[in-house]
Design a protein around this ligand. Structure first.
Ligand code: G6P
Length: 374
């Protein structure tokens, strides 16, 4: 009811602003990256323990749907870069019905807010039936079927998520997946105590960094006013932030009904550039990472066609507002964890655009919170 909303107009807005708390709760009690973090107390499936599993597996297969699939896409970059383990991410409804090549040394990772999504559960069972016994879930509901059926689990502590468009579940999944990356890196002898401590320190500062990003809300509201009358939007990102662009486009289409799509910025000239006119806003995720110069040339390609850029730029990128370029300055670059910060303004952009368009933010047409039937 309205009482629980406090100062917020919708559950989605409340859940966006709960992210510092949700991330802090998800990290509570994490003193070190021990394998036991992935052994959920109420997990009934008998297994050999996380450490033995992490030592044994030589690849990762991530299965999920929707926003959870996009958190898996971010994790792929982390797992291959930090834990040096090959990782494949697959949409659960595709995996369950195609002929694939099973490998018993695979760690099968499902990601699910609800733990009850029919396709993700079926994909898990399909992997098990093909002889892949090493299963782990990153899940927000400790009592769910997903947690019961996987051998290992990391339970996120986002708390109950009511808005159909997932927000705090996504950022807490990323926290769980980053911890999994560190745990696998440790098991594979790839991470020193010092490196682990540095990563943990950065994770513990996330709630404060998230607060700084949430404080950008007034600037996002200005952007949202400009988006209200748009019919299309393009989202661009590279590397770790390509899945962030995908998630930003998903949020916008889900709740504003504006047609939105995301592209890896390097693919621009292979199609979407043909769509760019002054009527096409191009939201660009611009962290100060190794790909920044590449991204800047993609931005010029858009400007040269009259496209209007909306850029989320880290403070240290030196990207400034000018004709056709609207910049919101983010905090300084946050390294590998940057996707957790960069997704937040995209959530707020979708939210405020939906509010301005008068759509039913918490219950968008035709969509359900938990898809428990195929
Ligand atoms: C639905 C929800 C999404 C969610 C997806 C997967 O489409 O509207 O917000 O990302 O299901 O749900 P899960 O509970 O498995 O994460």
């Amino acid at each position: 009811g309205a009482a629980e909303l406090g100062p917020y107009r919708h559950y989605m807005q409340k859940e966006i602003f709960e992210q510092p708390r949700a991330v802090a709760d998800t990290l509570e009690g994490v003193q070190a990256v021990v394998p036991e973090l992935f052994e959920a107390a109420n997990n009934h499936a008998p297994g050999e323990g996380a450490y033995a599993t992490f030592r044994k597996v030589d690849k990762v297969l991530i299965l999920a749907c929707g926003t959870s699939y996009y958190s898996g896409c971010v994790a792929k970059y982390w797992l291959e870069a930090i834990a040096k383990i090959p990782c494949q991410v697959e949409i659960a409804s595709e995996y369950r019905y195609r002929e694939s090549v099973p490998d018993s040394k695979t760690l099968v990772v499902t990601i699910s807010q609800s733990g009850e999504t029919a396709d993700t559960l079926a994909a898990l069972r399909h992997a098990q039936s093909l002889g892949m016994p090493h299963t782990l879930t990153v899940c927000n509901v400790a009592t769910s079927a997903m947690v019961r059926e996987c051998k290992l689990a990391y339970i996120t502590r986002a708390g109950v998520e009511i808005g159909v468009a997932s927000t705090k579940a996504f950022t807490t999944q990323l926290v769980g997946l980053f911890l999994l990356t560190l745990a696998l890196a440790r098991a594979r002898d790839l991470l020193t105590d010092e490196q682990e401590a540095d990563h943990l320190t950065a994770m513990r500062h996330l709630p404060m960094a998230l607060q700084a990003v949430l404080a950008l809300e007034p600037q996002i509201i200005d952007w949202a006013e400009q988006f209200t009358t748009k019919e299309n939007a393009l989202f661009l990102g590279r590397g770790l932030h390509y899945p962030v662009a995908l998630e930003g486009a998903l949020k916008l289409k889900e709740i504003t009904y504006i047609h939105a799509e995301a592209y890896a910025a390097g693919e621009l000239k292979h199609g979407p550039l043909a769509l760019v006119t002054s009527a096409m806003p191009v939201v660009t995720v611009a962290p100060n990472d190794a790909l920044l110069e590449k991204l800047k040339s993609n931005m010029q390609e858009v400007r040269a066609r009259g496209g209007v850029l909306y850029v989320l730029a880290d403070a240290d990128t030196h990207i400034a507002s000018s004709e056709g370029i609207h910049v919101i300055r983010m905090p300084e670059h946050y390294g590998a964890l940057s996707p957790i910060l960069h997704v937040v303004p995209l959530q707020l952009l979708a939210y405020h655009t939906a509010v301005a368009r008068g759509t039913d933010v918490d219950k968008p047409r035709n969509l359900a919170k938990s898809v428990t039937v195929e």
